[in-house]
Design a protein around this ligand. Structure first.
Ligand code: HEC
Length: 140
């Protein structure tokens, strides 16, 4: 008797699924959350409170994650902590995300050989706070 392999069922289910609004919000928040974790670990390393041998890895993960952010915000779904200005001022918001990709790329380069002294100054100017001050609703 022929049986449909489970994998084929899973694949066909994935093919018909569509992201709903909550998925769009969840996805971009996971990206931001991931970056928050990487920056927290990098901060510990910069203060020599965590192993420097992981510096390059965390910087790379941060840079790679930053490169996924623009696509995640492209779909206009109000909600989460995102202010409507994200989409009303899209060219500025997108430019800030491009700058984030560049800045985290520079950080990853400086961190390549786990050189804390070279990387630490680049941690200070990633543009996270500047964008949050403008485009993220304050915590309620
Ligand atoms: C171009 C603007 C922009 C930049 C740059 C940016 N963020 Fe965000 N961030 C946002 C917005 C908008 C939200 C709210 C998203 C939502 O709730 O839908 C957010 C949310 C967050 C959150 C909360 C995520 C959650 O779990 O809800 C964290 C943590 C965060 N950002 C960390 C960072 C870090 C760290 C950086 C820098 C490495 C960064 N962000 C750079 C715009 C930005």
């Amino acid at each position: 008797m022929m049986r449909t392999p489970i994998l084929a069922l899973l694949l066909s289910a994935a093919a018909v699924a569509h992201a709903d609004d909550q998925d769009v919000i969840d996805y971009r928040r996971h990206i931001m959350h991931t970056m928050g974790e990487q920056v927290a670990m990098l901060g510990l390393i910069a203060e020599q409170r965590a192993p420097a041998s992981a510096l390059a890895t965390h910087a790379q993960v941060l840079a790679i994650t930053a490169s996924t952010a623009k696509k995640a915000f492209e779909t206009h779904v109000d909600g989460g902590e995102a202010k409507p200005d994200v989409w009303a001022q899209w060219p500025d918001f997108a430019k800030r995300l491009d700058a984030l990709v560049a800045a985290t790329g520079e950080l990853a380069k400086a961190a390549k050989s786990n050189d804390v002294a070279a990387a630490a100054p680049k941690l200070k100017d990633l543009g996270c706070k500047g964008c949050h001050d403008t485009y993220r609703k304050p915590k309620t």
